[in-house]
Design a protein around this ligand. Sequence first.
Ligand code: NAI
Length: 455
Amino acid sequence: METYDIIVLGGGPGGYLAAERAAQGGLKVCLFEKRALGGTCLNEGCIPTKTMLNSAKLYRHATESAAFGVTSENVKFDHAQVVKRKAKVVKTLVSGVGMTMSANKVTVVNAGAVIDGKQDGKFKITADGKDYFSDRLIIASGSEASVPPIPGVKEGLESGFVTTNREILDMTELPKELAVIGGGVIGLEMACYFASVGVKVTVIEMLDKIAGPTDRDICKVLQAEYEKRGMIFKLSAKVLEVKQGAVVYEDAAGRQECPCDKVLLSVGRRPATKGIGLETLNIEMNRGAVVTDDTLATSVPNVWAVGDCNGKIMLAHTAYREAEVAVNNILGKKDRINYDSIPSVIYTDPEVASVGFSKEAAEKAGMKVKEANVPMMYAGRYVAEVDGGKGFCKIVYDTDRNRVVGVHMIGSYASEMILSAAMMVDTELPLERLKKFVFPHPTVSEIIRETLFKL
Ligand code: NAI
């Protein structure tokens, strides 16, 4: 009988970090993964998309840098090579996770595990016909693409005409016309890649703006930038049907058809919690997500749930922190997660990054706030490197509590700068203290300092 202190279900960022930390804490750990270690993030999310987006950025630099004194001829974009390199990058990182697991003596079982309730006080897990037992469970089963009941979508997925974030990354030929259903994070990042390399991209979004809860002014700048590059946006559009060669939708102008030879379906993700035996634990669920508190504990003692499966914030770095919090509590060290200071990034070009409350959300939460908004042109480095950029930085400041509660920006390096903003939000330092931080010159990050001084 194989018995462990902890069994982890799922080998994505939440699962593998939980396994690593628990093993470092002296516990005997077994991790189950039915696909590949690294989960969505490494295999079909963060890492492959950033690898591909970097190729698109290089191509754009090579073809659109005349104003900077750089011209080139016969620049070619080899999508198949991009996909090949992406596979290599993924393989390197996935094997790195495997090595970390074995270095920490975590038993990794490459199989789908199913919980089968409790037996003799221990959780029972079955995988490939074998039973495993454990004192504690960490559920880290991740998420999967939502597939809405739009006529033709199911058939399209079967024929390959419709793709999700998974299939689109392995396509070796560029489509001529791509229709993206859903102008959220996945839709925009993939649209950025394909539009940058010459594909005609149409984004069909049911809301009146792209990028979901992202600051409205940021969305306007991003959309205008994309439109300049030829991307088409159909907002407030209801998709009626997907048929071979077109997406049929309805907007204010009536019923329309968007011709395309490939469709990306990116209308959100849902927790992957079915078929893993959670019902045998009688665990509290909410719309398919495992309910957790701020220590990541579930309604069942000794069961924790980290990452996308708890439906809180579906980001790899959230899963990382959640894994740490869960394991710290398991090891007897009190820890809690603060979801209000978790940054989020959209890796478009220009990049979008934000943390904490928008002005509207802060006011809705009862705060008295002041907002400062400064164009990135106030940072010398930005002017030096970006021609006619429309980037900006917004800071939302709680005047009663004298602390920054939100930072939102669009522009180069935003993904790298947002950490300092997240630290301001998390540490709750008073404004006078924040103003004393010295930002290196010349960097685009100086925009944060400039904006602080406008409050
Ligand atoms: P999302 O929630 O970001 O966006 C989905 C969009 O689809 C929304 O704008 C929604 O209004 C729209 N929509 C829904 N149903 C529709 C319909 N029938 N027709 C047209 N539009 C429709 O979801 P997305 O982009 O699929 O991403 C899933 C998750 O992956 C998110 O939680 C995101 O945080 C995560 N992710 C994060 C990334 C990052 O951190 N850079 C990158 C990619 C994904």
